[in-house]
Ligand binder design. Structure first.
Ligand SMILES: [Zn+2]
Length: 219
């Protein structure tokens, strides 16, 4: 009996030590590649969220980008999780590797010239193009304003966070519209949660699970 208890104790210690190393080994990069990462179907980042200095986003009398991006990201995350789709919900500076099917970073644009810009998409290579095209087609059903070309600024192509997302389908920066343009800003402000629904539906569609979600209604 005593030997049995010692064996159990020994087993407990071994299991504790190995799980400590296994769990602790999630975010590490070695010569062999990334050893530590989080895994989910979808990654959703709210642009600028959590920052108090540096790039804190654009603003206008209609609102602040840093306040709007979490509303969209949270609603999209809520809808996806509700139907059992796994989501990594990230703020601006997470600095952890994520292995996902699709990664979306939510932003709003601004321009010193009145209504000088619109919606746009950023990505870092041509494997992302089919998803980018798909988003443009889909979001155009709701967003009836102008679009800029894909990657029209260097920041879109060289987005700082792309290095943290390893994707099967695509990693996209979604600039959802010009927050400094009154017509666009009013529409977006009134539809932030709807836009979250659009993002969720699009993400579900890209992973073949759109049948689980209601289609967003026309806003
Ligand atoms: Zn931004």
């Amino acid at each position: 009996m005593r030997r049995y208890k010692i064996f159990l104790l020994f087993l407990f210690i071994i299991v504790s030590i190995s799980s400590y190393f296994l769990l602790n080994n999630k975010y590490k990069i070695s010569k062999k590649g990334i050893l530590k990462y989080d895994r989910a179907e979808v990654y959703i980042q709210a642009g600028h969220e959590g920052r108090t200095r540096g790039a804190t986003g654009t603003s206008s009398s209609f609102g602040n980008e840093i306040d709007w991006t979490p509303i969209v990201a949270n609603e999209a995350t809520r809808i996806l999780r509700e139907v059992g789709i796994t989501v990594i919900r990230s703020e601006a500076d997470r600095r952890k590797y994520s292995v996902v099917d699709l990664a979306l970073s939510i932003h709003f644009d601004g321009c010193t010239k009145q209504c000088g810009t619109g919606a746009s998409i950023g990505y870092d290579d041509e494997t992302d193009e089919p998803a980018a095209k798909d988003w443009k087609e889909f979001y155009s059903n709701y967003f009836k304003f102008k679009w800029q070309d894909d990657n029209f600024t260097p920041n879109l192509r060289n987005y700082y966070n792309f290095k943290y997302t390893i994707t099967r389908d695509a990693e996209l920066v979604l600039e959802l519209g010009d927050l400094t343009c009154p017509a666009q800003a009013k529409w977006m402000k009134n539809n932030l949660k709807n836009i979250g629904h659009m993002v969720a539906y699009f993400a579900a569609k890209r992973i073949g699970k759109e049948h689980l979600l209601k289609k967003p209604h026309m806003a």
